[in-house]
Write a protein of this length. Structure first.
Length: 432
């Protein structure tokens, strides 16, 4: 896929002695979370992904990262997370328990998606148990898990399962967003638009940090990025003009009509932010911009959501641009809506590329969370790491609507760790 205005991915956090933070990421997809964590200063030791096209995208892009290079990138192959602990890649990491700085993953969302059957832990695609096994094996200093908000709503649907995950992390030695004398546990819903991404995209985020690393401190959530919310008009103005300009007066009219609608939406209550991109699955045919409600929202932004346009160098102007409801988006423009850098090249056919984009974790959100975690791991760098972010004053505001609470009584944590292994079998199932 052709992209415009390539930008490098700057490096971020390192400790006073120059050591970079390390990470292992599972369910890496096309690299949205990896890009954000890389910008936050993490050096990826391993990226685990099953989808062939997404792995090709990772291979094409991480070859440019100093810690990877062409030779290591070429060894990236599709891998099942459930086989990772027994793989040569895992063995070659040679990581003593407790040394890894961050274990991250966007575990598959279908078990919890509001659009799916919501089978939760009974869904064979549920990889939370495997994530917990990796936490046990690696004992990373911190853990970051991303999922759809469906894991939190309706609250009662997966309440017991959320409690199992949080309870297991506690018994493995991790604190998960403590607050108050009763040690209530919380997951956090973050919206991408608060971090400079021109899209709603609410996601459920769990951050866990080893208690010996915290040393009595608290993890503080980044609530937003400083500055105004970025609208679709702001984000796509340049690429939309590049697509329309070669087609003369008619192209200019398409551009101005789109821009007028997108600017009008920017002045509305929505702020001109896009609805959540939907990547879909192989089962549901070609790519488009989501269900009927999402398509209507895109229509208010001057975009036809019925499909994905070809890249500009393969443009079919009547199909891609000159449509009654406005132009369709290209994969590149969808990637901009997700917050990917312009230098990130997606592999595969158009539909495969769009699915990678639509299923990604927006890099700016991952970067903000990664920097907040790094401020705990490298406290002497906290002021630099958190620059440009608005942090929650108390770390865990009890009245914040972004919290979904799962109450665990204080007495539950009086149990000794000697019985931890038996308890884990009950929590994560027998497929260890």
């Amino acid at each position: 896929m052709s992209r415009v205005k390539p930008r490098g991915v700057p490096m971020g956090a390192s400790s006073r002695d120059g050591r970079q933070l390390t990470s292992v990421e599972i369910c890496a997809g096309a690299g949205g979370q990896a890009v954000g964590l890389h910008k936050a200063g993490y050096r990826h030791l391993a990226l685990v992904e099953y989808d062939t096209h997404a792995v090709a995208t990772l291979r094409e892009n991480v070859k440019n990262w100093p810690e990877w290079g062409r030779a290591k990138a070429d060894r990236l192959v599709p891998a099942d997370v459930r086989e990772f602990r027994n793989s040569d890649t895992f063995t070659e990491l040679a990581l003593p328990p407790g040394e890894l700085d961050l274990l991250a993953g966007g575990v598959p969302c279908p078990p919890f998606s509001l659009a799916g059957r919501q089978l939760g832990e009974n869904d064979e695609r549920d990889l939370f148990p495997e994530m917990l096994k990796l936490v046990d094996a690696l004992r990373p200093k911190s853990v970051l898990i991303e999922n759809v908000r469906g894991i939190l709503a309706p609250r009662e649907t997966f309440a017991s399962y959320r409690k199992k995950i949080l309870d297991e992390l506690w018994h493995l030695g991790y604190d998960v967003a403590e607050e108050g004398p009763g040690l209530s546990r919380t997951w956090r819903i973050l919206e991408a638009r608060d971090y400079g991404v021109p899209q709603l995209r609410p996601r459920a985020i769990l951050v866990a940090i080893r208690r010996d690393v915290l040393g009595g401190r608290k993890f503080v959530w980044p609530t937003r990025k400083k500055g105004a919310i970025v609208s679709v008009a702001d984000a796509l103005r340049e690429t939309m003009w590049q697509r329309c300009e070669p087609h003369g007066d008619r192209g200019r009219k398409v551009f101005l009509d789109w821009l007028n609608q997108a600017e009008a939406a920017k002045r509305s209550d929505s702020g001109g932010v896009a609805p959540t991109l939907v990547g879909g699955s192989r089962k549901h045919g070609g790519a488009d911009l989501g269900p009927t409600r999402a398509k209507k929202a895109w229509g208010l932004l001057g975009v036809d959501g019925m499909g994905i346009a070809n890249d500009p160098d393969r443009c079919d102007k009547d199909r891609d641009l000159f449509r009654p409801r406005g132009p369709m988006l290209t994969v590149e423009q969808a990637a901009i809506i997700q917050g990917f850098p312009a230098s990130w090249n997606f592999q595969g056919g158009k539909t495969a590329q769009y699915r990678q984009v639509g299923n990604a974790f927006p890099p700016p959100v991952a970067e903000a969370i990664g920097r907040a975690i790094a401020s705990i791991l490298i406290p002497e760098r906290s002021s630099d790491l958190l620059k440009g972010l608005v942090m929650e004053d108390a770390g865990l505001g009890a009245g914040d609507s972004g919290f979904i609470q799962s109450q665990i009584p204080e007495s539950a944590f009086a149990e000794v760790n000697s019985s931890r292994n038996d308890r884990r079998d009950n929590l994560v199932g027998a497929d260890r």
